[in-house]
Ligand binder design. Structure first.
Ligand code: RFL
Ligand code: PHB
Length: 393
């Protein structure tokens, strides 16, 4: 067994884990990231593409926004189109005076990795059998790397290991309270090397939702709602484009530039929150503690807001000797998490076809949309939620 010591052990090298490592490193707080996969694998995952205003500001503050400012696109909002009803633009600029950014998670992950490598940060990739020990006493994390057992002793463990990682399970079952909605459909997504539509666009259609997203001037991402039981092999490119174009109104469908997919994947939809986010010296951040369906583009943004709160708490502990923010981390992060769970759930309900819905549910869905079309108060509220709530002091 090889022994080592650090202040903060971070499990998981996704966006939450790497961003936390970066902020702690900038503040001179020793930390080690333990990631199960190789860097190449982590970098190849295609995920989110919309950054809330607060996420973009956090990237700017920590020197991670140069490429976003050069190659990404500031956006004034997102479009909703609806079969046989007028279009609606979630007008962030008009109602909040702020913008969001079209900038992919894959790029952020790359920039974080490069920044951490350049600063000599400690990242262990392909760490097997990661296990959390004595999280309410003298915490440590054990793992196996290249067949050799390691023990990393630390002051705190940050569980940034996503929905399937071991950190959440280290909180005893009788302490943990889990809240969950599982949806009976997924989002089948493709990447295509073609210019995207101007706007991120959510389309409601009686066949199911469809969505247009974007990565850069020559890379588009499109999604269609599909039964979760469907396999990727069931969806040829032709079938995908046919479904997508049918679900978009003609004027938009005619602007979609189709082509061969370079990636195709099925994302399940789930709403999930585990409370509390702290147990002893263990703190959960990002997907380790909660999941949202992709409809509001909140998953990555929530991971970053958790990291904002957690890094502030750890910096205040080490640099100012105060545990105030550590003690209120779980409560404070959960307030924002529940707000994002709420908007993601409402948008998911409004924009998708649910197999068991009856005509009453359908009228409720249409009346939700009509309220948006007709009420400036509803438009303003949605703009604030889509932009992302501010971080608490
Ligand atoms: P991640 O990105 O899942 O990273 C967790 C990391 O922990 C590692 N890990 C372990 N490491 C060591 N030992 C173990 N035993 C470990 N077990 C796991 C994993 O290998 C991984 O590298 O969580 P993080 O950092 O909290 O970031 C969260 C975001 O990635 C996530 O919220 C979003 O990507 C969610 N999401 C989307 N969000 C959006 O806002 N818009 C989207 O379009 C969108 N698309 C998606 C998504 C998530 C998806 N998943 C999870 C399947 C599409 C997909 C397919
Ligand atoms: C994406 O860019 O892939 C994306 C954007 C907005 C969403 C979901 C996915 O709501």
């Amino acid at each position: 067994m090889k022994d080592a010591k650090t202040r903060v052990a971070i499990i998981g090298g996704g966006p939450a884990g790497l961003m936390l490592s970066h902020i702690l490193g900038v503040n001179g707080i020793a930390n080690v990231v333990l990631e199960r996969q190789s860097m190449a694998y982590v970098a190849s995952r295609i995920r989110a593409g919309v950054l809330e205003y607060g996420t973009a500001e956090l990237l700017k503050e920590y020197g991670l926004a140069d490429r976003m400012l050069r190659e990404g696109k500031a956006k004034n909002g997102a479009l909703i189109v609806w079969e046989n009803r007028p279009d609606f633009f979630i007008d962030l600029k008009k109602w909040t005076g702020k913008q969001m950014w079209a900038w992919g998670q894959t790029n952020i992950q790359e920039d974080l990795h490069d920044m951490l490598t350049a600063s000599g940060a400690k990242m262990v990739h392909e760490a097997d059998e990661v296990a959390l020990r004595d999280v309410t006493g003298n915490p440590s994390v054990t793992y196996v790397k290249d067949g050799i057992q390691h023990r990393l002793s630390c002051d705190f463990i940050c569980g940034c290991d996503g929905f399937h990682g071991p950190s959440r399970q280290a909180i005893p079952r009788d302490v943990r309270r889990e809240f969950e909605r599982v949806y009976p459909f997924g989002w089948l997504g493709i990447l295509v090397e073609r210019p995207p539509l101007e706007n991120f666009t959510y389309a409601y259609h009686s066949d199911g939702m469809a969505m247009a997203a974007q990565r850069n001037p020559m890379l588009s991402r499109y999604y269609v709602q599909a039964p979760i039981t469907d396999r990727i092999e069931d969806w040829s490119d032709d079938r995908f484009w046919e479904a997508l174009l049918r679900r978009f109104p003609n004027d938009l469908a005619s602007q979609v530039q189709t082509g061969p997919s370079i990636e195709k994947s099925m994302a399940p939809l789930r709403s999930f929150v585990s409370e509390p986010l702290r147990w002893g010296k263990l703190f959960l951040a990002g997907d380790a503690g909660h999941i949202v369906p992709p409809t509001g583009a909140k998953g990555l943004n929530l991971a970053f807001s958790d990291v904002f709160y957690l890094s502030r708490a750890l910096c205040t502990h080490y640099l100012e000797g105060s545990d105030h923010y550590l003690d209120c981390y779980s409560e404070m992060a959960l307030r924002r998490i529940w707000a994002s769970e709420n908007i993601s759930w409402r948008l998911t309900k409004m924009l998708h076809i649910f197999p068991d819905d009856d005509p009453f549910d359908q009228r409720m869905r249409e009346s939700d949309y009509d309220l948006l079309l007709g009420s400036e108060a509803a438009q303003k509220a949605l703009a604030y939620e889509y932009l992302g709530l501010p971080f608490e002091d």
